[in-house]
Design a protein. Sequence first.
Length: 576
Amino acid sequence: MKKLKGIGVSPGVAIGPAYILLTGRIKITRRILRPEEVSREINRFHRALDETIRDLEEVKKHIPAEMSQPLSIIDAHILMLKDPSLIRETERYIRESFMNAEWALRKVLSRYQQIFLSLGDFYLRERIHDLEHLIDKVILTLQGQNNQTTLKEPAVIVAHDLSPADTARLRPDTTQAFVTEVGSRTSHTAIVARSLGIPAVVAVKDVTETVNPGDLLIVDGLSGEVIINPTQEVIEEFLDRRLECQERKAFLSKFAKEPAITLDGRRVAIRANIELLDEIPLALEFGAEGVGLYRTEYLYVTRRDLPGEEELYRTYRQVVEGLSPELVTFRTLDIGGDKFAQELDLPEEINPALGLRAIRLCLKNPALFRTQLRAILRASLFGRVRIMFPMISGLGELHLAKEILAEVAEELRREGVELKELPSLGVMIEVPSAVAIADLLAREVDFFSIGTNDLIQYALAIDRGNEEVAHLYEPLHPGILRLIKQSVEAGHREGIEVAMCGEMAGELFCVPLLIGFGLDELSMNPQTIPAVKNLVRKLSFEECQALVEEALNLPTPEEVRALLLDWFEKKDLTLF
Ligand code: PEP
Ligand code: MG
């Protein structure tokens, strides 16, 4: 038995066999062959190639004959692997440069990459991704660990990292838990794990090396513990913990449908953050009063081309109708940064979080933006819709975005779409400069939604995906508390509502402060809603305001934390 420790980011206890998912580039070592090893290495290469081709043939058998597109893609991949020049060049590196097969394959790949990229053609660039993927598959076969991306049996996924695309493809019925080497509480893997209700632990150093495929793992998504091959006694202890978790969930679910009203009568809207259509029934079951943040990026994930207006419209309409009469807040595309840069083939940036992201990307590619806005506006006819723009850092961006929205609406009206009123419009407050000019922004929009994941990242200068600085993520930092206060006050002075949709909104520990700040809405992962509602119903707004005053006078996060702990204890409030 061995114990590892990481950051628990999605509560729950799972016990199951490890499934090592190798993502990203595979680590390979270079080995110089002795002359007598050359022919054996060439045979090894051929065996791996044949095995990879056999695997692909096997995959083909499971695809129905009428699905001609996937079949032809796999056929094309098989042809690539049988390509005589690929085989010849790899053999040449092995024979003449005494390279091991893995290294020789990488050399051949980098030659192809140079040639393909110099052509600058989008279609050809895509084909090089296919080749990279195929060569990785052969290398994995050489290393005896061919990678499968779909799970057949329930298992605990262990990976260096999971891209948002990987995460979106994993299903709660087969994925018992996630464990990754990188990430933080607000990295996207963590957010998706929470909303799917899958226990997850991130930032576990070297876990892909320490765990072997099939090892029995216990994952505690609350404490961040990962136990490899536990003893029977430990298994029993965790089974008890799991039961406790389930009982707690069942108890809290009783509060799901109650409104969040404080003891002295202040009502706060509790909404859900969703990213997938499948999450709507779950969000409603957990008592969401609509959706405060619909992350619209996911439709762009599972594909290589961009979704068209019709497809977006159909999905958005389903979302709007599925939630009606409650409202849906569409956040326009927030691509870039740690989200989907890979899928969309965006250029690599040294500093992606500060790069061409979100509204900046949309304003640079107006066609992409307009397509999405047209689809949202058309869907808005079928229920209650709000729109909000991410990453607004100044008025200029807001003006341009509003102009495009107005043009798109006019265009639709000319086409006969009966758009009487436009949906209410908001901005996310997630860049420190937006807080500084919140008074100016508030005059131009109908609501604010504070995105603390990014606001904390930018204000405290900590990369939200970097496990080395994850411990510095601190919602209770006096700097952050002041930024929140300033945003709420600026919004209220102009008579607009102020919501919060960052992960902080669902941190029970922070909820009394958020109520005290006067936030009108908290939007969070659906699973947390019952617990937050239950807590709000035990609070007094007036007391929370006094608590905020006290907290704002404290100089360090530690003192704010101590104040809160003390307060929870005095009020006899449990922190599940
Ligand atoms: C945020 O930044 O707080 C937020 C809600 O948006 P995302 O996590 O999608 O960047
Ligand atoms: Mg954000």
